[in-house]
Design a protein around this ligand. Structure first.
Ligand SMILES: Nc1nc2c(ncn2[C@@H]2O[C@H](COP(=O)(O)OP(=O)(O)OP(=O)(O)O)[C@@H](O)[C@H]2O)c(=O)[nH]1
Ligand SMILES: [Mg+2]
Length: 508
């Protein structure tokens, strides 16, 4: 997602590399890269023109500021920051609110065929349910029998009532549904309407009639982010007729060029409220222009990840784990706990795609390395250990390794490799812990981290062991097991053998 745009901004940044200052010429050159990618991402020409002009003004119009700590901002960073701020302006301001003051509150979903109305109805219902509301779903798409079934399935999944009457026209049906909701004490009614491939008068008239009959508190226009400029035009037409309250942009997890995400607010003046990021019901996020701007620039959606992390992780236990890790007293039991928490965040590729600067790097990591099954394999090895071994990794010996390998059906070398990486990671954590008590060392580390982040600003993730540094997460140079050649495997076996010998010698 947003690859085209990210590449454009990255190229623009490269054009400014090593420049002592920003001037009309070099900024124009950088902006040409941005312009090309905006056109390719199918952003409307008027929006592009305005955006580029404002970035230029912001870049040239202000003196390059000096960041705290005496660190000079490079012209590159200054340029990217201007782009970031303009992107946020373009897509903002935020208004993710829904009017839920009605009794019941009515939300009407509209949009073209296949845009994701029904799916978003389910996602929204799930979200409201979690907030303690009592939603009812209304199948107002009566033209396709499968449409009603689809909503029924979602209703069953969520344990929610679905209102549907065969053969009744959508306007009457919606009216009845609202009355029914009031009678049975449902406080939110979500009306899933029919879509058409293109806008036609009959559909518009029907939606208009539903609107004037039930007077929804919220009309959400659902739009597939994969269609660029066209989507924006469609949105404009719908808005002229129905005057909706906001957008839901769907399929942002796909290969969308993302043009619509950028320009839809600018063109219609209506806010984006939610983002659909996948087919399953939990893949709905509140829209934050900052997060999206970071992703568009290729810095990852750190805030989104932090949010997921907070949702799934018990903060108190994270802090205890972090302390334990930093003291070097980290065991396989703790490690399993961590792996399971990481697992809850979703597939590895998805987690990593939200980290700053991972866009490019992700493409270079072979798919096997981010195979979530690798996590399972690692867990299987650890499960083959006895509880005592999991709690005291120090007691692991060659005979124990052999038993563990037999137990989980893996090569001895795999078990040993896991253990090596475990010890390395633990050592690293302990080193880090030692440093924390030492201000000079801390400063040194912060400087190094600063250089790595290139201004992307990645907050620390307590309890999230250095991505890729820990075993089971594509740690050995991103390769993972399946990518080793025969020679490499032989070399690894040889190395393991030497280590085994050394360990034996040490014990003697
Ligand atoms: N990847 C991805 N797929 C999505 C998302 N939202 C919806 N889809 C998929 O898009 C397809 C169409 O979604 P629906 O919810 O049926 O769309 P609709 O607007 O109700 O379509 P009609 O009822 O035919 O007008 C389905 O296969 C969904 O699973 C999303 O955010 N990401
Ligand atoms: Mg539908």
């Amino acid at each position: 997602m947003f690859d085209v745009l990210s590449t454009g901004f990255r190229n623009a940044r490269l054009k400014l590399q090593g420049k002592a200052q920003l001037n009309e010429d070099n900024v124009s050159e950088a902006l040409r890269e941005v312009r090309a990618s905006l056109i390719q991402a199918d952003v409307g020409i008027d929006v592009i023109k305005g955006f580029l002009a404002r970035v230029k003004e912001r870049t040239l119009g202000s003196v390059v500021a000096v960041k705290g700590g005496g660190m000079q901002v490079t012209p590159q960073d200054h340029f990217i920051n201007a782009c970031y701020e303009e992107l946020v302006e373009l897509m903002g301001p935020v208004d993710t609110s829904l009017d839920l003051t009605g009794k019941p509150s009515i939300i009407m979903m509209v949009g073209l065929q296949g845009s994701g109305k029904t799916t978003t109805t389910g996602k929204l219902a799930k979200r409201l349910l979690a907030e303690g509301r009592k939603p009812m779903l209304v199948a107002a798409d009566i033209y396709r029998p499968a449409a009603v079934d689809q909503l029924m399935v979602l209703g069953r999944k969520l344990g929610l009532p679905v209102f549907s009457i065969k053969g009744l026209d959508p306007v009457k049906l919606s009216k009845l549904a609202v009355a029914q909701a009031r009678n049975v004490g449902r406080d939110v009614v979500i009306i899933d309407t029919a879509g058409r491939l293109a806008i036609d008068e009959q559909l518009m008239a029907e939606l208009d009639a539903i609107k004037s009959t039930v007077k929804p508190h919220n009309i959400l226009f659902v739009v597939d982010a994969m269609i660029g400029q066209d989507a924006v035009q469609t949105a404009r037409t719908f808005d002229e007729r129905l005057s909706f309250d906001g957008f839901v942009l769907t399929k942002l997890d796909g290969d969308a060029r993302g043009g619509a995400a950028l320009s839809i607010k600018a063109v219609t003046g209506k806010p984006v409220k939610f983002l659909g990021q996948g087919e399953s019901l939990d893949k709905l996020e509140e829209f934050r222009p900052e997060g999206l701007a970071q992703r568009i620039l290729g810095f990852g959606d750190v805030v989104g990840l932090m949010h997921d992390f907070e949702k799934h992780v018990d903060q108190a236990s994270v802090e205890t784990d972090a302390k334990k890790m930093l003291s070097g007293a980290f065991t396989y039991e703790d490690f399993v706990k961590q792996l399971k928490q990481v697992r809850k965040l979703g597939p590895m590729r998805e987690i990593l795609s939200k980290l700053p600067g991972m866009g490019e790097a992700l493409r270079q990591i072979p798919p096997e390395a981010l195979d979530d099954r690798e996590l399972d394999r690692t867990l299987a090895i650890i499960h083959s250990m006895t509880r005592q071994e999991r709690r005291n990794p120090e007691i692991l010996s060659d005979s124990r390794f052999r038993r563990i390998a037999r137990g989980c059906g893996r090569d001895l070398a795999d078990v040993e490799a896991l253990h090596d990486r475990f010890l390395q990671a633990r050592q690293m954590m302990k080193g880090l812990g030692g440093m924390m008590g030492n201000p000079a060392a801390m400063q040194q580390m912060q400087r190094q981290m600063g250089a790595m982040q290139q201004g992307g600003g990645m907050p620390g993730f307590p309890g999230m062991p250095g991505m890729g540094g820990f075993p089971g997460m594509g740690g050995d140079g991103g390769g993972g097991r399946p990518t080793l050649s025969v020679e490499e495997k032989a070399a690894r076996r040889k190395k393991q053998k030497q280590k085994r010998k050394a360990r034996k010698k040490n014990r003697k």
